[in-house]
Design a protein around this ligand. Structure first.
Ligand code: NAD
Ligand code: DAU
Length: 339
């Protein structure tokens, strides 16, 4: 089995590559990633010498490069993680989100149509469903919940999802889509809530909580997401959408307090800052379909996952210190200085 994994130098894509190479030693994995600010080749160092792994530095928006790769590798499957993934950046500059997340998806699927494919899998997000109110804990996102996006990021991901379903209906492309809730774990880029709070706390810097901190996210350990995608690409029904989430809703402020406690840092580091524009209130996935059809269940409890994650950041300081000492400093200044 030859699988092109796009965005594999990022957070979830790299964890997925490690999962696949370990579980399927006879599969060939080709990582296609153009190494944006969020892509990090050092992340893939553990597999670089694996004869079943190849890294290709190209953009999913580059049609010529993508077609050339298909001619060289004859992939059986494509799993598309490549995306601009940060909501705050999409609010600052939506354009690259449209190019990568929408056009890039179309280019990949055109290549699949031209050269043939057994499966095209789109890694999508629960954010396509918009948000839920805090006072209706009985409500969850199902696969039938209407698309109702809030940010340029989620709108670009929803647009891609619609294209994927259209390519299935119009051209018969064998597609699947997974819509997952918030992931956390190793190699999470330090602009995102959990790694940002860990890094800032370790450096005794303020912990910037947006608005009241009451917004709720449904956290899933990244390995559980990788197992879900593995199941969907092998056993999921073509043309179907699968929601992935672990019934693990937590407020942002509770997460930050847990991180303070685990690291022995004072809660006085917590600083309430201006809210995110259009900030979604609550995400909550109903994972009944993937559970009933494919037997998937999350395996990592949050209490264990957050300990493992914090330990990983303590053991791998060089990885994130290198990131936050570079261009990231300008980004952080711009985003947080006058917030
Ligand atoms: P990330 O930002 O950590 O990584 C994105 C990767 O894509 C990087 O390696 C980057 O270099 C690469 N990339 C960006 N533009 C590219 C292009 N034009 N061509 C090739 N490569 C490109 O993102 P992540 O958090 O790992 O998310 C991966 C996917 O999962 C995204 O599609 C995201 O929408 C989705 N998702 C993320 C979460 C989450 O909690 N992080 C949850 C649900 C879904
Ligand atoms: O739900 C899935 C989505 O989860 C993915 O599709 C996105 O790619 C991923 O980035 C993530 O989006 P969020 O916006 O939920 O994640 P983020 O880590 O940016 O923020 C989580 C919550 O924490 C959100 O309510 C905003 C808040 N926050 C975030 C940052 C970076 C803060 O309060 N302070 C911060 O500094």
């Amino acid at each position: 089995m030859n699988i092109i994994v796009t965005g594999g130098a990022g957070f979830i894509g790299s964890n997925f590559i490690f999962h696949m190479l370990k579980k399927y030693p006879d599969y060939r994995i080709i990582c296609l990633d153009c190494l944006t600010y969020a892509g990090n080749l050092s992340t893939l160092a553990p597999v670089m010498d694996n004869p079943n792994f190849r890294f290709v530095k190209e953009s999913i928006t580059d049609r010529e490069a993508v077609y050339k790769l298909f001619e060289e590798e004859h992939p059986d499957m494509v799993v598309n993680f490549a995306a601009e993934s940060h909501v705050d950046r999409s609010i600052e500059n939506p354009e690259v989100f449209l190019t990568t997340n929408i056009i890039g998806t179309a280019v990949l699927m055109d290549a699949c149509r031209k050269y043939g494919i057994k499966r095209y899998h789109q890694v999508s997000t629960d954010e396509v469903y918009g948000d839920l109110p805090l006072d209706r804990p009985d409500l969850f996102f199902t696969e039938e919940t209407p698309i109702h996006t809030s940010s340029p990021y989620s709108s670009s991901k929803a647009s891609a999802d619609l294209l994927v379903l259209a390519y299935h209906r119009t051209y018969g492309l064998p597609v699947t889509i997974s819509r997952c809730s918030n992931n956390y774990g190793p190699y999470h880029f330090p602009e995102k809530l959990i790694p940002l709070m860990i890094a800032n706390a370790l450096n005794d810097k303020p912990l910037p909580v947006y608005g009241t901190g009451e917004n709720v996210r449904d956290w899933l350990y990244v390995e559980d997401h990788c197992r879900a995608i593995d199941l969907i690409i092998h056993k999921g029904r073509v043309g179907e959408v699968y929601n992935v989430g672990g019934h693990n809703e937590m407020t942002n402020i509770d997460i930050v307090k847990i991180i303070c406690k685990e690291l022995g840092k004072p809660e006085s580091l917590i600083t309430y800052v201006a809210d995110r524009k259009g900030h979604d209130m609550r995400y909550a996935i109903d994972p009944t379909k993937i559970h009933n059809e494919l037997g998937w269940l999350p395996e990592t409890k949050f209490a264990d996952g957050i300990k493992k994650t914090i330990k990983w950041y303590l053991d791998n300081k060089e990885w994130w210190e290198t990131i936050i000492s570079g261009e990231y400093q300008n980004y952080y200044e711009k985003m947080y200085a006058n917030r």
